[in-house]
Design a protein around this ligand. Structure first.
Ligand SMILES: [Zn+2]
Length: 442
């Protein structure tokens, strides 16, 4: 019989930010990873008393803070190949005249694989260890993430109209079920049903989605109330605001990840709180497309779970969750007129544990606690822009950039060591992205 060796890593940083319920910030402590799991967090002085650490790898990080990997709860990973293709435009003009035509012309299986690779490499290098995606070919997306060692939820897109992925709402749903089966074998991958938006998916498929979500207990990932224009059009066409329509279709429940939600009246906020809907806030994409403002301060006061996403690289244009945390904190203060709104701790929770809750994965990821999956990152504070350090939490949100991420572990695998990707060939990925740029620009 083969006896499998345990792989043990001991990390000794200056601080450990657990993002547990009490938001404990520890010093003089070590975190032990055993295979894919956080085995324990304990005082460095007690390491001598732990047995079985003889063959462990020890990583000492003298100026670093260890924290949970960041969770990006809304993106379109393959769109990184369209980064910068059309900027400084409002949402519908950007979509109708630039993004949808480019997608029709260029998106195929190879585009998805190459775009996802670029995104995953950028994300892991910058401390993001899990992403929630919505795009065509969710099977390729899932496979590419699994192969690269990235944790992901692949969004099973549904639309009323034909695209390269499917011809009708029924075919999108049929393919969604097939992908759910296919990715069951991938330990790093989860699935979510992903109807694009209220204005692109009609009632019949939405009723089916509500039913499948409840039967299979999987999340529903959808753009909702992205702009005031979307709501006005819906009222004109259906006599209802989109959220009211989704409520009647039984979609408002804790399985729903409602992305954007820039325009909400008080009744809607109360309904969201009452039904346990998760809101995904994408501050930089909303700002760039002048879509409006998600009322994060009011939502947090109602104890609604709000997590963070970058959206695709074509409307952000980076996938940097440190930037997103900072923008979320600053924007909330500006919008609410209250400097204490969306404080550093709340921003950090939005980018970690709240994302895990939104994805239905909070028993596995989102905080550094024994028994959870080892998705762990280290941030190096020994740089000009992060000295001195009075408050490590404020430092992470208001002063740090993703290039200060020095180490990343996903599912216990070391993916970044001393700022370098360990097993992903960034040079090759950049070459491929440049090739796509040449083709698309022609
Ligand atoms: Zn989006």
């Amino acid at each position: 019989m083969v006896r499998h060796m345990k792989k043990i890593t001991i990390i000794k940083p200056k601080w450990i930010l657990t993002v547990n319920e009490q938001f404990d910030l520890l010093t003089e402590s070590a975190l032990i990873i055993e295979n894919d799991i956080i085995k324990s967090i304990l005082p460095v002085a007690k390491l001598d008393t732990v047995e079985g650490l003889d063959d462990a790898e020890t990583v000492t990080l003298e100026n670093h803070i260890l924290m949970p990997g960041l969770i990006n709860t809304h993106t379109h990973a393959a769109m990184s190949l369209l980064r910068g293709i059309a900027d400084d435009l409002p949402l519908m003009e950007w979509l109708n005249n630039h993004i949808w035509p480019a997608e029709t012309k260029w998106v195929d299986r190879q585009f998805i694989q190459d775009g996802v690779q670029l995104t995953v490499a950028e994300m892991i290098r910058g401390g993001t260890t899990c992403l929630n995606d919505m795009y065509f070919f969710p099977d390729i997306m899932a496979k590419t993430c699994q192969q690269m060692g990235m944790r992901a939820t692949t969004g099973l897109i549904v639309l009323d109209f034909p695209t390269i992925w499917a011809q009708s709402a029924d075919e999108y749903l049929h393919k969604a079920m097939a992908v759910i089966d296919e990715v069951k074998e991938y330990p790093l991958i989860s699935t979510a049903l992903a109807p694009h938006a209220p204005y692109t998916v009609s009632n019949k498929p939405l009723e089916k989605i509500a039913m499948y979500s409840s039967e299979l207990d999987i999340q529903v990932h959808m753009h909702i109330h992205e702009t005031e224009f979307e709501i006005d059009e819906a009222v004109k066409n259906t006599g209802q605001r989109p959220l009211e329509r989704l409520d009647q279709l039984n979609l408002l429940n804790p399985n729903l990840m409602a992305v954007h939600m820039t325009s909400l009246n008080e009744m809607e906020m109360e309904r969201v709180a009452e039904t346990g809907v998760n809101i995904v806030h994408c501050p930089e994409s909303n700002l760039k497309l002048a879509s409006g403002f998600c009322p994060v301060d009011a939502l947090q006061k109602l104890n609604i779970n709000v997590s963070l996403g970058t959206d695709g690289a074509a409307s952000n244009n980076d996938l940097d969750m440190f930037g997103e945390m900072r923008t979320a904190a600053l924007l909330s203060k500006g919008v609410s007129g209250d400097a204490s709104s969306c404080n550093a701790q709340q921003s950090l929770r939005m980018a970690t544990i709240n994302g895990a809750k939104s994805l239905g994965l909070s028993d596995q990821i989102g905080s550094l606690e024994p028994g959870k999956k080892a998705d762990v990152i280290a941030v190096d504070f020994s740089q000009l822009n992060t000295q001195p350090v009075y408050d490590p939490v404020a430092q992470l949100v208001y002063a740090t950039n993703s290039m200060q991420v020095s180490h990343v572990w996903i599912n216990g695998e070391k993916k970044v060591s001393d700022y370098q990707l360990t097993d992903i060939d960034a040079v090759e990925i950049i070459k491929i992205a440049q090739q796509w740029q040449t083709w698309i620009s022609e």
